[in-house]
Write a protein that binds this ligand. Structure first.
Ligand code: UDP
Length: 251
């Protein structure tokens, strides 16, 4: 479905945005862990988007270090693995905090699992206060609960913090009809309804995250994080990636 998008403005179109950055995005070309070049590239993109005037919170994943499901068959219980995964997101959150600071921003890390020596606990009101003061809030430890993903945590935080938009920043420039790296005929969707994403089984976010956004009428923009300027274009409301919403609002 192709929809004409509104003309761009120089300022942010959105007042408050939650950006989900996957662990993979911080990996660069490495097979594991954090590539400093990728980390600083992400920080530069966040800074550019922040300069447009949007309040920005980042929910960071941990898949570059650890995923709970991956160890579930290797003698570590799924629940234990999930807590290990959540701790991995905190490692990324701390690295991103430093990179954001080096980029000239004023970041604060909040963790859904309390660990006072390294991060503030996630407190909704305090997170919003940081945003209102122009600080970038980096949210680690996902939702604090096993059996969830950081995509769902991002949807949850975006909903509870009254964000106008959830940006799911990936390494491809939107949602495709099939995997573009496998299928040369794959086409990119410009705009999709939540239910279309669920019914077509499009592997962009888990169904819990999509459903949470659908129930709270929170639009999701899926776009390529590392294409320079992309995040800023998304925050300005320009046509990038794929928009997932209920189709009711003009875009
Ligand atoms: N995780 C969890 N609950 C949450 C968020 C994350 O248990 O609310 C665990 C889960 O094991 C997951 C891992 O943390 O595999 C890393 O998060 P995710 O896979 O979402 O990271 P990403 O793919 O975004 O890098």
């Amino acid at each position: 479905m192709n929809v004409a998008l509104a003309p761009s403005t120089e300022r942010a179109r959105f007042r408050r945005v939650v950006i989900k950055v996957s662990g993979e995005a911080l990996m660069g070309d490495r097979p594991f862990g954090i590539a400093p070049s990728a980390l600083h590239a992400v920080a530069a993109e966040v800074r550019a988007a922040h300069e447009l005037g949007a309040q920005i919170a980042v929910v960071v994943g941990g898949g570059n270090i650890f995923r709970g499901l991956a160890v579930a068959e290797q003698g570590i219980r799924r629940v234990t693995g999930d807590y290990m995964g959540m701790l991995a997101t905190v490692i990324n959150a701390l690295a991103l905090r430093d990179a954001l600071q080096a980029a000239g921003l004023e970041p604060r890390v909040q963790s859904a699992i309390e660990m006072h020596a390294v991060a503030e606990p996630f407190i909704r009101g305090r997170a919003i206060r940081h945003l209102e003061k122009g600080r970038v809030v980096v949210l680690g430890a996902g939702s604090g609960n096993p059996y969830f993903t950081t995509d769902t945590a991002a949807a949850l935080r975006a909903a509870e913090m009254d964000a106008d938009l959830l940006i799911k920043a990936t390494r491809v420039d939107g949602i495709y009809s099939s995997d573009p790296s496998q299928d040369p005929t794959a086409t990119r969707f410009t705009r999709l309804a939540y239910l279309e994403v669920l019914n077509r089984g499009l592997a962009v976010m888990d169904s819990t995250a999509i459903t949470l956004c659908m129930d709270n009428r929170l639009p999701i923009l899926v776009c390529d994080l590392l294409a320079p300027g992309n995040l800023s274009r998304a925050v300005r409301g320009e046509p990038v990636g794929t928009l997932v919403d209920d189709g009711a609002a003009p875009w």
